[in-house]
Ligand binder design. Sequence first.
Ligand code: HEC
Length: 278
Amino acid sequence: MSEEMMSRRNFLGGVGAVLGLAAVPLLASAAAPATAAAVTTAPVALPWPYTHLDAETIGRRAYELYYLQGGCAEATWYPIIEALSADNPTTWGTLPKKMFGFGGGGVNAWGTLCGTCNGSAAIIKMVIQTAAGGTLIDNDFQFYSETPLPTNGIDKAVRAGWTPAAGVPAPIPNVPTSTAHSPLCHVSLTQWMATTGATDGSAQQRDRCAKACYDMAKHTVELLNDYFATPSVTDSAALDATYVGCVTSGCHSKAGMAEHGKMACDSCHDEPVDHATH
Ligand code: HEC
């Protein structure tokens, strides 16, 4: 791979191995699988029912479950399952805890897609099977990539008198934030650690990732509440300017070119959008 094309790798690689998995020891103690019960009903086809949820409540639960139930993807996914299960025993109520434990640390510590994005995208597609579901995922990933995280929004909950469940550390107030410009665990967490000086596995890192669960679970519920209130009004996702300039209206939309994805091109490449004219 050429140096000029990927020199940003030197920055990202130099900060050290960063995976944010320290908070998932619970996964190791999973019980033996239960004996399979006889299947009496066919699985219910998607989309499954969604009813308005309180975004703040879901966000707080996501913060807690990061510590209690096994990492970021599970923590972002499960609070919504839990909230919808009571009224929907044959759909949401059939899903077990820890299904999304695989997603911690960017999928089993591979540092790829942030688990908060992974868990959120799963929920969105389970309730919206049309193209609008894809648009909501784009919006969600852009929010993750371009918002200074963690937002410290959970500080407001603490000021309002909320305390987390037993066994869950209180949020550290007003921590530094960073904007990842990417949905990748490794990129996002490395930049935050470079900003703060915190190390992987530290209380600070776990606090940051638990708050990212709060932020993404809350934001996902807000997107879904808005969509189901007025499904006809789906905001188109504002994708990154480099994606728009390089792919949708630029040179890299040509047939036969490799899949470039929707991530910001300049989160890995150093060329400016107009590099072809230089
Ligand atoms: C997560 C990192 C990452 C992102 C984001 C990314 N790329 Fe790449 N891209 C790579 C890597 C790695 C290569 C291979 C580079 C090499 O071998 O020198 C590559 C190769 C390429 C190539 C040369 C191969 C080809 O397909 O012709 C082009 C062009 C390219 N990328 C365009 C883009 C565009 C346009 C975007 C934004 C929509 C983008 N890339 C986003 C990592 C990335």
